[in-house]
Ligand binder design. Sequence first.
Ligand SMILES: Cc1cc2nc3c(=O)[nH]c(=O)nc-3n(C[C@H](O)[C@H](O)[C@H](O)COP(=O)(O)O)c2cc1C
Length: 171
Amino acid sequence: MDILEIIQKRRSIREYQERPIPENILTDLIEALRWAPSAGNLQSRYFYFVFDPDLRRKLAAAALDQEFMARAPLVIVACADRRIAGRYGRRGRELYMIQDVAAGVQNLLLVAHARGLGTVWVGAFEEERVGRLLKLPEHLRPVALVPVGYPGEEPEVPSRLSAGEIARMIR
Ligand SMILES: Cc1cc2nc3c(=O)[nH]c(=O)nc-3n(C[C@H](O)[C@H](O)[C@H](O)COP(=O)(O)O)c2cc1C
């Protein structure tokens, strides 16, 4: 698939098959995270791959009871690393570390889709509760939760703003 087709055809998937994710595809997901751009190449991000069903249920509960998360075979918890980003001071902690994680997550969603997997970026969750569940060290801030699994649904294509509404050419 062409990269633009991968971008256009990726959808947020909230129903999953029980089929496990092969190890070689997990390796590809980690590569997608590793090679995302990063401010100053500090790579102020860290990812937990949660397969444990009990922990997945608890993460779903901490995400405003978005129960579909517990039905995915894998939930990735994407964290920003305050300690590393702090080398760029306040801008590092408030902006770059979040952007570092976001770049990794977007890579992840696209590679997952290209390998036939469904994902959804979940941002609505209680940070402190997720921190406690994973026993996160103080320097890690959870930024996104990403359930991953083979798709069990084919969602409608959502609307998007037109090109003219989101961009202006200045020549
Ligand atoms: C920062 C962010 C937070 C999001 N949080 C949630 C969420 O908590 N729950 C959810 O079901 N989807 C969430 N989404 C997914 C969006 O609803 C979805 O991307 C949007 O509706 C467009 O659909 P598409 O991904 O299929 O193109 C989030 C997406 C982003 C980028």
